[in-house]
Write a protein that binds this ligand. Sequence first.
Ligand SMILES: NC(=O)C1=CN([C@@H]2O[C@H](COP(=O)(O)OP(=O)(O)OC[C@H]3O[C@@H](n4cnc5c(N)ncnc54)[C@H](O)[C@@H]3O)[C@@H](O)[C@H]2O)C=CC1
Ligand SMILES: O=C(O)[C@@H]1CCC=N1
Length: 255
Amino acid sequence: MVGCGKMGGALLSHWMQGNEQFTVVDPALDSAPDGARLVRDRSEIASETFDVVIVAIKPQMIDDILPDYASMLSENGYVLSIAAGCSLSRLSRLMGGAPAVRVMPNLPAAVGKGVSGLCADDKGQGPALAHAEAMMGRTGTAVVVDSEDKIDRVTAVAGSGPGYVFEIARAYVAAAMEMGFDEDEARALVLGTIEGATAMALEPGAAGLEDLRNSVTSKGGTTAAGLDALNGDGTISRKMRETLKAAYNRAVELR
Ligand SMILES: NC(=O)C1=CN([C@@H]2O[C@H](COP(=O)(O)OP(=O)(O)OC[C@H]3O[C@@H](n4cnc5c(N)ncnc54)[C@H](O)[C@@H]3O)[C@@H](O)[C@H]2O)C=CC1
Ligand SMILES: O=C(O)[C@@H]1CCC=N1
C-alpha cells in the first residue's frame, strides 16, 4: 500500500479483517495499524513482489511515484487506486500494463459506514474487481459502476460528500450557538437531528424525502418559515448542483 494517510488508514483498519497481509510504504508514519508491516522507503522492499499495489497517495504524486512499483507486482497482480481522478489507463500505463481497478471510497469507512464506487479496466474485470469489491465490502457499502466516468461522479457525490455534510453541520451548529446554546448543546441538537432524520429516511419502506420533509412541516408553522428562508428561492438546490459539478470538474482535471 503506497501511502497510508487519512483515507488509506481508514480503509486499512477494516481491510485488516480479511486474510491478506499488508505492507505499507509511507515516509510520514510513526507506526502502521496493528498487523501491517510499515516501511518508510520503497527501497526497503525493492526485491519483493506483491499481489496488489494499492495507490493511496495524492493524485498529483502518482506520475512520479508509481512507476517505481511496476516491477514489484506479481505476475497475476493488479493495481488498485483510491485516488481521485487518476484514470485507469494512466494507472495501468504507469504500472507496465497491469490490470487496474479504481475505487472511490469516502471517509466514513473509518467507522465501517463508507460508501464506495468501483470500476475496472478490461484486464481488471473478473478476479481483480471481485477481490477489490470484497475488500471494499469490509468498509461499508460498495457499488460497482458501469463506466469509469461514473467513478468521477461518485467522487463528486460521495467521495467528497462527507466534506459537504461536515460543512453544513458546522454552519448549522454555529447558527444554533448564535441562538444561545453552548457548543456541546448545539452539537448534540444538530448532530442528533441529522442522525435521527437520516435514520428515518433509511428505514426500509420509508417515505420519499419530499414526503418526509412535508411530514415535519405544518401549514403556517415554524418549519415552513424555516424552509422558506432556507430554500424558498431554490438557493440550496442550485448550490448543491454547483457543488457536485465543481467537484466532478476537478476530478476530470485530475484524470
Ligand atoms: N480524504 C478523503 O476523504 C478521500 C481521499 N481519497 C483519495 O485518497 C488519496 C489520499 O488522500 P488522503 O488520505 O486524504 O491524503 P493524506 O495526505 O492524508 O495521505 C497521503 C499519504 O501519502 C503519504 N506519502 C507522501 N509521499 C509518499 C511516498 N513517496 N510514498 C508513500 N507514501 C507517501 C503521506 O505521508 C500521507 O500519509 C488521494 O488520492 C485522494 O484523492 C479518496 C476518497 C476520499
Ligand atoms: O478532496 C479530494 O480530492 C479527495 C477525493 C474525495 C475526497 N477527498
